[in-house]
Design a protein around this ligand. Structure first.
Ligand code: GRF
Length: 202
């Protein structure tokens, strides 16, 4: 299967996918990363892709007249690589109608909290501020809401008394990387169907 991965930052989740595919082989893993896209230049995620010899593209909101035009351009840039699955690995943008029309049902996101708790851009900070004693990460399909799509898998992380946002996020990311690598591989190898809110991996 062909994967396009979208990133906005450090790309440690991307790196985990790259490492697993390199170690296992694309055939055995079930998928290869054919391109990495970003909404900004100069980020570590793009450098990781380049080091792995994976083609990259950048689609910046400010280069497009409207949000809708940006969304259509992003969809076009992704479609050019003919992906079977698109993975948002720390991609910090909400995609629009056009993107979802083309990639809905095969667009996977990872979120650093146990959805439906603490959606949005600050899932780790919000869980900590709320006083949650467990949090974690959620890998889910993207729908037209913010972090509301059908859940594929979740991982649990305990909150420690001494945690601050970055310490907690680091422990979540360890679990998140393994979960994402596992889920993407299973989706690619086995196939899946989405029945309402339920994701069944065959
Ligand atoms: C991940 O925890 C992701 O869920 C969140 O931002 C982090 C991205 O990390 N939205 P990285 O860029 O993969 O290192």
């Amino acid at each position: 299967k062909r994967l396009v991965v979208l990133v906005s930052g450090t790309g440690s989740n991307l790196q985990a996918l790259l490492d697993e595919i390199a170690a296992t082989g694309a055939e055995a893993y079930g998928a290869e990363i054919v391109a990495v896209g970003a909404d900004r230049d100069g980020i570590e995620g793009l450098a990781r892709a380049a080091r792995a010899g994976v083609p990259t593209f950048v689609c910046r909101v400010r280069d497009h007249g409207t949000r809708q035009e940006w969304d259509a351009a992003l969809a076009e840039a992704v479609a050019a690589h003919e992906p079977d699955l698109v993975v948002s690995a720390g991609f910090m943008r909400i995609v629009g109608k056009e993107f979802l029309a083309r990639f809905g049902g095969r667009f996977v996101n990872t979120h650093p909290a146990l959805l439906p708790s603490f959606p949005g851009a600050h899932g780790v900070r919000d869980a900590l501020a709320y006083g949650a004693r467990v949090t974690g990460c959620t890998v889910h399909f993207v729908d037209d809401g913010v972090d509301t799509g059908p859940i594929i898998a979740q991982g649990v992380v305990e909150v420690r008394d001494e945690d601050d946002e970055s310490a907690l996020h680091e422990r979540i990311k360890e679990v998140e990387r393994r979960l994402l690598v596992d889920v993407v591989g299973r989706l690619a190898r086995n196939g899946y169907r989405i029945e309402g809110r339920k994701v069944v991996i065959q």
